[in-house]
Design a protein around this ligand. Structure first.
Ligand SMILES: *Cc1c(COP(=O)(O)O)cnc(C)c1O
Length: 510
Protein backbone atom coordinates (compact mmCIF):
# COMPACT_ATOMS: atom_id res chain seq x y z
CA UNK A 1 0.00 0.00 0.00
CA UNK A 2 1.24 3.49 -0.79
CA UNK A 3 1.92 5.96 1.99
CA UNK A 4 -0.45 8.89 2.42
CA UNK A 5 2.50 11.09 1.39
CA UNK A 6 2.68 9.32 -1.97
CA UNK A 7 -0.95 10.19 -2.59
CA UNK A 8 -0.32 13.89 -1.98
CA UNK A 9 -1.14 16.37 -4.77
CA UNK A 10 -0.01 19.95 -4.35
CA UNK A 11 -2.75 22.29 -3.07
CA UNK A 12 -5.36 19.54 -2.73
CA UNK A 13 -7.06 19.88 0.65
CA UNK A 14 -9.67 18.30 2.88
CA UNK A 15 -11.13 21.60 3.94
CA UNK A 16 -10.84 25.19 2.77
CA UNK A 17 -11.36 27.66 5.55
CA UNK A 18 -12.82 31.13 4.97
CA UNK A 19 -10.35 33.99 5.26
CA UNK A 20 -9.88 34.96 8.87
CA UNK A 21 -11.57 38.15 10.08
CA UNK A 22 -9.05 38.46 12.89
CA UNK A 23 -6.27 40.97 12.14
CA UNK A 24 -2.89 39.38 11.54
CA UNK A 25 -0.15 40.15 14.06
CA UNK A 26 3.46 39.74 13.26
CA UNK A 27 5.50 37.65 15.66
CA UNK A 28 8.20 39.70 17.38
CA UNK A 29 10.92 37.12 17.55
CA UNK A 30 11.14 35.84 13.99
CA UNK A 31 13.65 33.23 15.18
CA UNK A 32 10.72 31.08 16.31
CA UNK A 33 9.03 31.15 12.92
CA UNK A 34 9.47 28.09 10.76
CA UNK A 35 11.30 28.74 7.52
CA UNK A 36 9.64 26.19 5.30
CA UNK A 37 6.05 25.00 5.40
CA UNK A 38 5.48 21.68 7.20
CA UNK A 39 5.63 18.73 4.86
CA UNK A 40 2.11 17.46 5.24
CA UNK A 41 0.29 15.28 2.75
CA UNK A 42 -2.20 17.23 0.66
CA UNK A 43 -5.19 15.01 -0.03
CA UNK A 44 -8.96 15.29 -0.29
CA UNK A 45 -11.17 14.17 2.56
CA UNK A 46 -12.30 11.13 0.57
CA UNK A 47 -8.71 10.09 -0.19
CA UNK A 48 -7.91 10.47 3.48
CA UNK A 49 -10.90 8.40 4.63
CA UNK A 50 -10.14 5.64 2.11
CA UNK A 51 -6.50 5.56 3.12
CA UNK A 52 -7.22 5.03 6.80
CA UNK A 53 -10.14 2.73 6.15
CA UNK A 54 -7.85 0.50 4.06
CA UNK A 55 -5.22 0.59 6.79
CA UNK A 56 -7.75 -0.34 9.48
CA UNK A 57 -8.90 -3.32 7.38
CA UNK A 58 -5.34 -4.66 7.60
CA UNK A 59 -5.34 -4.66 11.37
CA UNK A 60 -6.31 -7.94 13.02
CA UNK A 61 -7.93 -7.99 16.43
CA UNK A 62 -10.21 -10.07 18.64
CA UNK A 63 -13.15 -8.46 16.85
CA UNK A 64 -11.86 -9.86 13.53
CA UNK A 65 -11.49 -13.50 14.46
CA UNK A 66 -10.00 -16.19 16.70
CA UNK A 67 -6.93 -14.94 18.58
CA UNK A 68 -5.57 -17.83 20.68
CA UNK A 69 -2.28 -16.12 21.53
CA UNK A 70 -1.16 -18.11 24.56
CA UNK A 71 -0.30 -16.16 27.71
CA UNK A 72 -2.02 -13.01 26.39
CA UNK A 73 -5.67 -13.81 27.26
CA UNK A 74 -7.14 -12.25 24.14
CA UNK A 75 -10.74 -12.45 25.28
CA UNK A 76 -13.57 -10.45 23.78
CA UNK A 77 -13.81 -6.90 25.12
CA UNK A 78 -17.50 -6.10 25.59
CA UNK A 79 -18.55 -2.88 23.86
CA UNK A 80 -20.51 -1.85 26.94
CA UNK A 81 -17.21 -1.19 28.71
CA UNK A 82 -15.98 0.97 25.85
CA UNK A 83 -19.07 3.12 26.13
CA UNK A 84 -18.60 3.43 29.89
CA UNK A 85 -15.02 4.56 29.30
CA UNK A 86 -16.33 7.09 26.79
CA UNK A 87 -18.68 8.84 29.20
CA UNK A 88 -17.76 12.51 29.37
CA UNK A 89 -17.93 12.41 33.18
CA UNK A 90 -14.84 10.20 32.95
CA UNK A 91 -13.08 11.54 29.87
CA UNK A 92 -13.47 15.29 30.46
CA UNK A 93 -11.97 15.43 33.95
CA UNK A 94 -8.43 16.16 35.04
CA UNK A 95 -6.55 14.45 37.87
CA UNK A 96 -5.54 17.82 39.31
CA UNK A 97 -9.18 18.81 39.83
CA UNK A 98 -10.33 19.22 43.41
CA UNK A 99 -11.24 15.85 44.99
CA UNK A 100 -14.79 16.98 45.63
CA UNK A 101 -15.39 17.43 41.90
CA UNK A 102 -14.17 13.94 40.83
CA UNK A 103 -15.90 11.78 43.41
CA UNK A 104 -17.18 9.34 40.77
CA UNK A 105 -13.71 8.67 39.38
CA UNK A 106 -12.25 8.29 42.88
CA UNK A 107 -15.06 5.87 43.72
CA UNK A 108 -14.03 3.74 40.71
CA UNK A 109 -10.39 3.72 41.88
CA UNK A 110 -11.44 2.84 45.42
CA UNK A 111 -14.01 0.16 44.55
CA UNK A 112 -11.88 -1.49 41.87
CA UNK A 113 -9.03 -1.79 44.38
CA UNK A 114 -11.49 -3.32 46.88
CA UNK A 115 -12.77 -5.84 44.32
CA UNK A 116 -9.24 -6.79 43.28
CA UNK A 117 -8.35 -7.34 46.95
CA UNK A 118 -11.37 -9.59 47.31
CA UNK A 119 -10.57 -11.55 44.12
CA UNK A 120 -6.89 -12.04 45.00
CA UNK A 121 -7.03 -12.40 48.79
CA UNK A 122 -4.61 -9.52 49.23
CA UNK A 123 -4.87 -6.67 51.77
CA UNK A 124 -4.03 -3.56 49.79
CA UNK A 125 -3.03 -2.34 46.37
CA UNK A 126 -2.31 0.41 43.88
CA UNK A 127 -3.63 0.81 40.33
CA UNK A 128 -0.64 2.88 39.26
CA UNK A 129 1.57 0.56 37.16
CA UNK A 130 0.78 0.77 33.45
CA UNK A 131 1.33 -2.88 32.45
CA UNK A 132 2.07 -6.31 33.83
CA UNK A 133 5.82 -5.93 33.48
CA UNK A 134 5.57 -2.50 35.11
CA UNK A 135 3.68 -4.12 38.00
CA UNK A 136 6.47 -6.69 38.33
CA UNK A 137 9.07 -3.93 38.40
CA UNK A 138 7.10 -1.94 40.99
CA UNK A 139 6.66 -5.03 43.18
CA UNK A 140 10.38 -5.73 43.00
CA UNK A 141 11.17 -2.15 44.01
CA UNK A 142 8.82 -2.71 46.97
CA UNK A 143 10.55 -6.01 47.75
CA UNK A 144 13.92 -4.27 47.76
CA UNK A 145 12.58 -1.43 49.95
CA UNK A 146 11.09 -3.99 52.34
CA UNK A 147 14.41 -5.74 52.93
CA UNK A 148 16.28 -2.45 53.20
CA UNK A 149 13.78 -1.30 55.84
CA UNK A 150 14.76 -4.39 57.86
CA UNK A 151 18.40 -3.53 57.42
CA UNK A 152 18.93 -6.39 54.99
CA UNK A 153 20.26 -6.48 51.45
CA UNK A 154 18.98 -9.42 49.45
CA UNK A 155 20.11 -9.41 45.85
CA UNK A 156 18.71 -12.58 44.31
CA UNK A 157 15.36 -13.33 42.66
CA UNK A 158 14.44 -16.91 41.85
CA UNK A 159 12.64 -17.45 38.54
CA UNK A 160 11.48 -20.82 37.16
CA UNK A 161 12.69 -21.61 33.65
CA UNK A 162 9.12 -21.66 32.33
CA UNK A 163 8.55 -18.04 33.44
CA UNK A 164 7.53 -15.23 31.13
CA UNK A 165 10.54 -13.27 29.87
CA UNK A 166 9.37 -10.14 31.68
CA UNK A 167 10.06 -11.80 35.07
CA UNK A 168 13.85 -12.02 34.77
CA UNK A 169 13.91 -8.72 32.85
CA UNK A 170 12.02 -6.86 35.60
CA UNK A 171 14.23 -8.43 38.27
CA UNK A 172 17.38 -7.32 36.44
CA UNK A 173 15.99 -3.80 35.91
CA UNK A 174 15.20 -3.53 39.61
CA UNK A 175 18.86 -4.33 40.35
CA UNK A 176 18.58 -8.01 41.31
CA UNK A 177 20.45 -10.94 39.92
CA UNK A 178 18.31 -13.75 38.52
CA UNK A 179 18.64 -17.37 39.58
CA UNK A 180 17.03 -19.89 37.26
CA UNK A 181 14.97 -22.73 38.80
CA UNK A 182 14.58 -25.72 36.48
CA UNK A 183 11.24 -27.44 35.93
CA UNK A 184 10.68 -31.13 36.47
CA UNK A 185 9.73 -33.36 33.59
CA UNK A 186 6.06 -32.89 34.44
CA UNK A 187 6.44 -29.10 33.93
CA UNK A 188 6.18 -28.14 37.61
CA UNK A 189 8.78 -26.40 39.80
CA UNK A 190 11.55 -28.72 40.92
CA UNK A 191 11.29 -28.51 44.71
CA UNK A 192 14.77 -29.91 45.30
CA UNK A 193 16.32 -27.31 43.01
CA UNK A 194 14.23 -24.66 44.76
CA UNK A 195 15.46 -25.79 48.19
CA UNK A 196 19.04 -25.85 46.95
CA UNK A 197 18.90 -22.26 45.65
CA UNK A 198 16.92 -20.75 48.54
CA UNK A 199 19.48 -19.07 50.79
CA UNK A 200 19.89 -15.86 52.77
CA UNK A 201 20.51 -13.81 49.63
CA UNK A 202 17.12 -14.60 48.07
CA UNK A 203 14.61 -11.75 48.17
CA UNK A 204 11.77 -13.46 46.34
CA UNK A 205 10.55 -16.26 44.12
CA UNK A 206 8.50 -15.07 41.14
CA UNK A 207 5.88 -17.60 40.16
CA UNK A 208 2.76 -17.74 38.09
CA UNK A 209 0.07 -20.27 38.94
CA UNK A 210 -1.13 -21.88 36.80
CA UNK A 211 2.27 -21.70 35.19
CA UNK A 212 3.01 -20.76 31.59
CA UNK A 213 2.58 -24.37 30.50
CA UNK A 214 -1.01 -24.05 31.67
CA UNK A 215 -0.34 -26.36 34.62
CA UNK A 216 -1.44 -25.84 38.18
CA UNK A 217 1.53 -25.83 40.59
CA UNK A 218 -0.02 -28.29 42.98
CA UNK A 219 2.91 -28.04 45.39
CA UNK A 220 2.25 -24.38 45.96
CA UNK A 221 1.76 -24.78 49.75
CA UNK A 222 5.16 -26.47 50.03
CA UNK A 223 6.77 -23.87 47.77
CA UNK A 224 5.36 -21.11 50.00
CA UNK A 225 6.71 -22.91 53.07
CA UNK A 226 10.23 -23.17 51.61
CA UNK A 227 10.23 -19.49 50.63
CA UNK A 228 8.74 -18.21 53.88
CA UNK A 229 10.99 -20.35 56.06
CA UNK A 230 13.82 -18.40 54.44
CA UNK A 231 12.06 -15.07 55.18
CA UNK A 232 11.86 -14.46 51.42
CA UNK A 233 8.79 -13.15 49.63
CA UNK A 234 6.55 -15.10 47.27
CA UNK A 235 5.63 -13.05 44.21
CA UNK A 236 2.60 -13.90 42.05
CA UNK A 237 2.70 -13.04 38.37
CA UNK A 238 -1.04 -12.52 37.93
CA UNK A 239 -1.08 -12.85 34.15
CA UNK A 240 -2.77 -16.24 34.46
CA UNK A 241 -5.42 -15.16 36.95
CA UNK A 242 -8.08 -15.83 34.32
CA UNK A 243 -7.75 -19.54 35.03
CA UNK A 244 -8.49 -19.31 38.75
CA UNK A 245 -10.40 -16.10 39.51
CA UNK A 246 -13.39 -16.76 41.70
CA UNK A 247 -12.04 -20.26 42.44
CA UNK A 248 -8.88 -19.79 44.45
CA UNK A 249 -6.95 -16.71 45.58
CA UNK A 250 -3.21 -16.07 45.34
CA UNK A 251 -3.38 -14.57 48.84
CA UNK A 252 -4.65 -17.91 50.17
CA UNK A 253 -1.98 -19.85 48.26
CA UNK A 254 0.65 -18.00 50.30
CA UNK A 255 1.68 -15.23 47.91
CA UNK A 256 2.79 -11.96 49.52
CA UNK A 257 2.76 -9.56 46.59
CA UNK A 258 1.55 -9.69 43.00
CA UNK A 259 0.48 -7.86 39.90
CA UNK A 260 -2.68 -8.24 37.85
CA UNK A 261 -2.94 -7.63 34.10
CA UNK A 262 -6.29 -5.83 33.97
CA UNK A 263 -5.95 -5.81 30.19
CA UNK A 264 -5.81 -9.61 30.10
CA UNK A 265 -7.97 -10.99 32.89
CA UNK A 266 -10.47 -8.18 33.13
CA UNK A 267 -11.05 -7.60 29.46
CA UNK A 268 -9.61 -4.23 28.53
CA UNK A 269 -8.41 -4.33 24.92
CA UNK A 270 -4.67 -4.73 24.51
CA UNK A 271 -1.98 -5.42 22.00
CA UNK A 272 -0.13 -3.11 19.69
CA UNK A 273 1.71 -1.51 22.57
CA UNK A 274 -0.96 -0.52 25.04
CA UNK A 275 -2.41 1.03 27.03
CA UNK A 276 -2.53 -1.53 29.79
CA UNK A 277 -2.87 -1.59 33.53
CA UNK A 278 -0.88 -3.69 35.99
CA UNK A 279 -2.09 -3.01 39.54
CA UNK A 280 0.11 -4.22 42.39
CA UNK A 281 -1.49 -5.93 45.37
CA UNK A 282 0.15 -7.00 48.59
CA UNK A 283 -0.30 -8.35 52.07
CA UNK A 284 -0.63 -5.78 54.84
CA UNK A 285 3.04 -5.99 55.95
CA UNK A 286 4.05 -4.54 52.56
CA UNK A 287 1.42 -1.79 52.51
CA UNK A 288 3.88 0.93 53.58
CA UNK A 289 5.90 0.47 50.40
CA UNK A 290 3.08 0.91 47.86
CA UNK A 291 3.26 3.69 45.28
CA UNK A 292 0.82 6.56 45.77
CA UNK A 293 -1.67 8.29 45.39
CA UNK A 294 -4.01 5.86 47.16
CA UNK A 295 -7.70 6.56 47.54
CA UNK A 296 -9.67 5.99 50.75
CA UNK A 297 -13.35 6.19 51.65
CA UNK A 298 -14.86 8.03 54.59
CA UNK A 299 -18.26 9.39 55.63
CA UNK A 300 -17.54 12.52 53.62
CA UNK A 301 -16.80 10.64 50.38
CA UNK A 302 -13.63 9.55 48.61
CA UNK A 303 -10.26 11.21 48.98
CA UNK A 304 -6.52 10.73 48.85
CA UNK A 305 -4.75 9.00 51.68
CA UNK A 306 -1.44 10.20 53.06
CA UNK A 307 1.37 8.66 50.98
CA UNK A 308 2.52 5.40 52.64
CA UNK A 309 5.51 5.99 54.92
CA UNK A 310 8.16 4.08 53.03
CA UNK A 311 6.56 4.31 49.59
CA UNK A 312 8.73 3.51 46.58
CA UNK A 313 7.26 6.72 45.17
CA UNK A 314 5.29 7.21 42.02
CA UNK A 315 5.85 4.84 39.13
CA UNK A 316 3.42 6.55 36.78
CA UNK A 317 1.58 9.86 36.66
CA UNK A 318 -1.56 10.18 38.78
CA UNK A 319 -3.53 6.87 39.13
CA UNK A 320 -2.10 5.09 36.11
CA UNK A 321 -4.20 4.31 33.04
CA UNK A 322 -7.52 5.25 34.59
CA UNK A 323 -9.74 4.40 31.60
CA UNK A 324 -8.26 0.90 31.37
CA UNK A 325 -9.03 0.44 35.06
CA UNK A 326 -12.54 1.74 34.40
CA UNK A 327 -13.14 -0.92 31.73
CA UNK A 328 -11.94 -3.60 34.16
CA UNK A 329 -14.28 -2.19 36.80
CA UNK A 330 -17.19 -2.35 34.33
CA UNK A 331 -16.24 -5.96 33.53
CA UNK A 332 -16.20 -7.00 37.17
CA UNK A 333 -19.55 -5.42 38.06
CA UNK A 334 -21.15 -6.69 34.85
CA UNK A 335 -20.11 -10.28 35.61
CA UNK A 336 -20.51 -10.26 39.37
CA UNK A 337 -19.16 -12.91 41.72
CA UNK A 338 -20.78 -15.82 39.89
CA UNK A 339 -19.84 -14.55 36.45
CA UNK A 340 -16.18 -14.15 37.35
CA UNK A 341 -16.02 -17.74 38.56
CA UNK A 342 -17.94 -18.92 35.50
CA UNK A 343 -15.50 -17.13 33.15
CA UNK A 344 -12.55 -18.95 34.77
CA UNK A 345 -14.30 -22.33 34.53
CA UNK A 346 -15.19 -21.85 30.88
CA UNK A 347 -11.66 -20.64 30.08
CA UNK A 348 -10.29 -23.89 31.53
CA UNK A 349 -12.95 -26.01 29.86
CA UNK A 350 -12.31 -24.40 26.44
CA UNK A 351 -8.55 -24.95 26.74
CA UNK A 352 -8.98 -28.59 27.73
CA UNK A 353 -11.46 -29.17 24.94
CA UNK A 354 -9.18 -27.65 22.33
CA UNK A 355 -6.18 -29.49 23.77
CA UNK A 356 -8.05 -32.78 23.48
CA UNK A 357 -8.82 -32.08 19.82
CA UNK A 358 -5.34 -30.89 18.89
CA UNK A 359 -3.42 -33.56 20.79
CA UNK A 360 -4.90 -36.13 18.42
CA UNK A 361 -2.33 -34.99 15.83
CA UNK A 362 0.24 -32.81 17.66
CA UNK A 363 2.00 -34.05 20.73
CA UNK A 364 0.88 -32.35 23.95
CA UNK A 365 3.71 -33.03 26.39
CA UNK A 366 1.74 -31.96 29.46
CA UNK A 367 -1.67 -31.89 31.00
CA UNK A 368 -4.76 -32.38 28.93
CA UNK A 369 -2.57 -34.28 26.54
CA UNK A 370 -3.68 -37.67 27.53
CA UNK A 371 -7.39 -36.94 27.66
CA UNK A 372 -9.52 -37.47 24.63
CA UNK A 373 -12.55 -35.46 23.57
CA UNK A 374 -15.11 -37.65 25.33
CA UNK A 375 -13.06 -37.80 28.50
CA UNK A 376 -12.84 -34.01 28.69
CA UNK A 377 -16.54 -33.52 28.21
CA UNK A 378 -17.15 -36.32 30.73
CA UNK A 379 -15.17 -34.55 33.37
CA UNK A 380 -15.66 -30.94 32.22
CA UNK A 381 -18.05 -28.33 33.51
CA UNK A 382 -19.52 -27.58 36.88
CA UNK A 383 -17.89 -29.59 39.60
CA UNK A 384 -15.96 -31.50 36.98
CA UNK A 385 -12.31 -31.78 36.26
CA UNK A 386 -11.77 -29.10 33.68
CA UNK A 387 -13.80 -26.65 35.68
CA UNK A 388 -11.79 -26.50 38.83
CA UNK A 389 -8.24 -26.21 39.91
CA UNK A 390 -8.50 -28.80 42.69
CA UNK A 391 -9.64 -31.25 40.15
CA UNK A 392 -7.18 -30.22 37.48
CA UNK A 393 -4.34 -30.79 39.89
CA UNK A 394 -5.50 -33.52 42.18
CA UNK A 395 -8.66 -35.39 41.37
CA UNK A 396 -8.74 -39.11 40.70
CA UNK A 397 -10.33 -38.44 37.35
CA UNK A 398 -7.70 -36.01 36.18
CA UNK A 399 -4.95 -38.27 37.54
CA UNK A 400 -6.40 -41.07 35.50
CA UNK A 401 -6.17 -38.85 32.44
CA UNK A 402 -2.68 -37.67 33.31
CA UNK A 403 -3.74 -34.27 34.69
CA UNK A 404 -5.79 -31.61 32.96
CA UNK A 405 -4.41 -28.33 31.74
CA UNK A 406 -5.80 -25.03 32.98
CA UNK A 407 -6.63 -22.04 30.74
CA UNK A 408 -3.97 -22.66 28.10
CA UNK A 409 -1.98 -25.56 26.71
CA UNK A 410 1.23 -26.24 24.88
CA UNK A 411 1.73 -28.67 22.01
CA UNK A 412 5.01 -29.51 20.33
CA UNK A 413 5.72 -29.76 16.59
CA UNK A 414 9.09 -31.39 17.26
CA UNK A 415 8.17 -34.76 15.78
CA UNK A 416 6.54 -33.13 12.76
CA UNK A 417 9.69 -31.12 12.20
CA UNK A 418 11.89 -34.21 12.29
CA UNK A 419 9.52 -36.05 9.93
CA UNK A 420 8.68 -33.28 7.45
CA UNK A 421 10.86 -30.24 8.16
CA UNK A 422 7.73 -28.19 8.97
CA UNK A 423 8.25 -26.18 12.16
CA UNK A 424 6.04 -24.58 14.79
CA UNK A 425 6.57 -21.24 13.04
CA UNK A 426 5.40 -22.70 9.72
CA UNK A 427 2.21 -24.03 11.31
CA UNK A 428 1.58 -20.65 12.94
CA UNK A 429 2.04 -18.88 9.61
CA UNK A 430 -0.25 -21.32 7.80
CA UNK A 431 -3.04 -20.56 10.29
CA UNK A 432 -3.13 -16.99 9.00
CA UNK A 433 -4.56 -18.30 5.73
CA UNK A 434 -7.50 -19.66 7.71
CA UNK A 435 -8.29 -16.16 8.99
CA UNK A 436 -6.90 -16.81 12.46
CA UNK A 437 -4.26 -15.20 14.57
CA UNK A 438 -1.38 -17.61 15.23
CA UNK A 439 -0.78 -18.98 18.71
CA UNK A 440 2.30 -18.05 20.74
CA UNK A 441 5.30 -19.98 19.40
CA UNK A 442 8.64 -21.06 20.89
CA UNK A 443 7.41 -20.22 24.39
CA UNK A 444 7.77 -21.52 27.02
CA UNK A 445 11.39 -22.23 26.20
CA UNK A 446 11.23 -25.57 27.99
CA UNK A 447 9.24 -27.16 25.13
CA UNK A 448 10.85 -27.66 21.71
CA UNK A 449 8.86 -26.33 18.73
CA UNK A 450 6.20 -25.09 21.15
CA UNK A 451 2.79 -23.83 20.08
CA UNK A 452 0.84 -22.35 22.94
CA UNK A 453 -2.91 -21.88 22.66
CA UNK A 454 -5.22 -19.93 24.95
CA UNK A 455 -8.71 -19.92 23.47
CA UNK A 456 -10.27 -18.02 26.43
CA UNK A 457 -13.82 -18.41 27.68
CA UNK A 458 -15.37 -16.07 25.15
CA UNK A 459 -14.92 -18.39 22.15
CA UNK A 460 -17.68 -20.72 21.04
CA UNK A 461 -17.37 -24.47 20.49
CA UNK A 462 -17.81 -23.88 16.76
CA UNK A 463 -14.83 -21.50 16.63
CA UNK A 464 -12.64 -23.92 18.58
CA UNK A 465 -13.76 -26.83 16.37
CA UNK A 466 -12.92 -24.81 13.26
CA UNK A 467 -9.47 -23.88 14.61
CA UNK A 468 -8.69 -27.49 15.48
CA UNK A 469 -9.90 -28.60 12.03
CA UNK A 470 -7.64 -25.99 10.39
CA UNK A 471 -4.67 -27.23 12.41
CA UNK A 472 -5.43 -30.82 11.49
CA UNK A 473 -5.51 -29.86 7.82
CA UNK A 474 -2.20 -27.99 8.09
CA UNK A 475 -0.49 -30.91 9.82
CA UNK A 476 -1.90 -33.28 7.18
CA UNK A 477 -0.67 -31.03 4.40
CA UNK A 478 2.78 -30.81 6.04
CA UNK A 479 3.21 -34.55 5.52
CA UNK A 480 2.12 -34.40 1.88
CA UNK A 481 3.42 -31.05 0.72
CA UNK A 482 5.82 -29.58 3.28
CA UNK A 483 7.11 -26.87 0.92
CA UNK A 484 3.66 -25.35 0.73
CA UNK A 485 3.35 -24.97 4.52
CA UNK A 486 6.92 -23.68 4.71
CA UNK A 487 5.94 -20.82 2.40
CA UNK A 488 2.63 -19.93 4.03
CA UNK A 489 0.84 -17.59 4.42
CA UNK A 490 -0.42 -16.82 0.94
CA UNK A 491 -3.24 -14.43 1.80
CA UNK A 492 -1.45 -11.99 4.13
CA UNK A 493 -0.17 -8.60 3.01
CA UNK A 494 3.16 -9.35 4.63
CA UNK A 495 3.85 -13.06 4.98
CA UNK A 496 7.24 -13.64 6.51
CA UNK A 497 8.87 -10.48 7.76
CA UNK A 498 12.32 -10.70 9.32
CA UNK A 499 11.30 -11.39 12.95
CA UNK A 500 13.90 -9.04 14.38
CA UNK A 501 14.12 -6.31 11.76
CA UNK A 502 10.32 -6.08 11.43
CA UNK A 503 10.21 -4.44 14.84
CA UNK A 504 13.45 -2.44 14.66
CA UNK A 505 13.34 -1.35 11.02
CA UNK A 506 9.71 -1.54 9.97
CA UNK A 507 8.89 -1.45 6.28
CA UNK A 508 6.04 1.02 6.20
CA UNK A 509 5.10 0.89 2.53
CA UNK A 510 5.14 -1.73 -0.13
C1 LIG B 1 1.69 -10.88 29.62
C2 LIG B 1 2.50 -11.48 30.68
C3 LIG B 1 3.35 -10.68 31.46
C4 LIG B 1 3.65 -9.22 31.15
O1 LIG B 1 2.52 -8.41 31.11
P1 LIG B 1 2.46 -7.09 30.19
O2 LIG B 1 1.16 -6.48 30.58
O3 LIG B 1 2.49 -7.57 28.78
O4 LIG B 1 3.62 -6.25 30.54
C5 LIG B 1 4.01 -11.29 32.51
N1 LIG B 1 3.87 -12.59 32.77
C6 LIG B 1 3.06 -13.40 32.03
C7 LIG B 1 2.94 -14.86 32.39
C8 LIG B 1 2.35 -12.87 30.96
O5 LIG B 1 1.58 -13.66 30.23
Amino acid sequence: MRLIFDKSVKDRACVTLPASEIPVYSVKNAGFLRIAAAELPEVSELDLVRHYDALSARAYGVDSGFYPLGSCTMKYNPKLHESMAGLCGFTDIHPLQDETTVQGALEVVYLLTEYLKEITGMDDGSLQPAAGAHGEFTSLLMTDAYFRSKGERRKKILVPDSAHGTNPASAAMAGFSVVNIPSRRDGLVDLNALRAETDGGVAALMLTNPNTLGLYEKNIAEIAEIIHANDSLLYYDGANLNAVMGKIRPGDMGFDIMHINLHKTFSAPHGGGGPGSGPVLCKSFLRDFLPYPLVGASEGGYGFLKPPKKSVGKVRSFYGNFLVALKAFAYIIALGRGGIRDAAEKAVLNANYMCALVSEFLEAPFGGARMNKTEVSECGGEGGCAGSFECAAESEKSKKFGGACMHEFVVSAEKLKVDTGVSALDIAKALIDYGMHPPTVYFPLTVHEALMFEPTETESKETIDAAAAALREIVGEAAKNPEKIKNAPFTAHVGRPDEVKAARKPVLAR
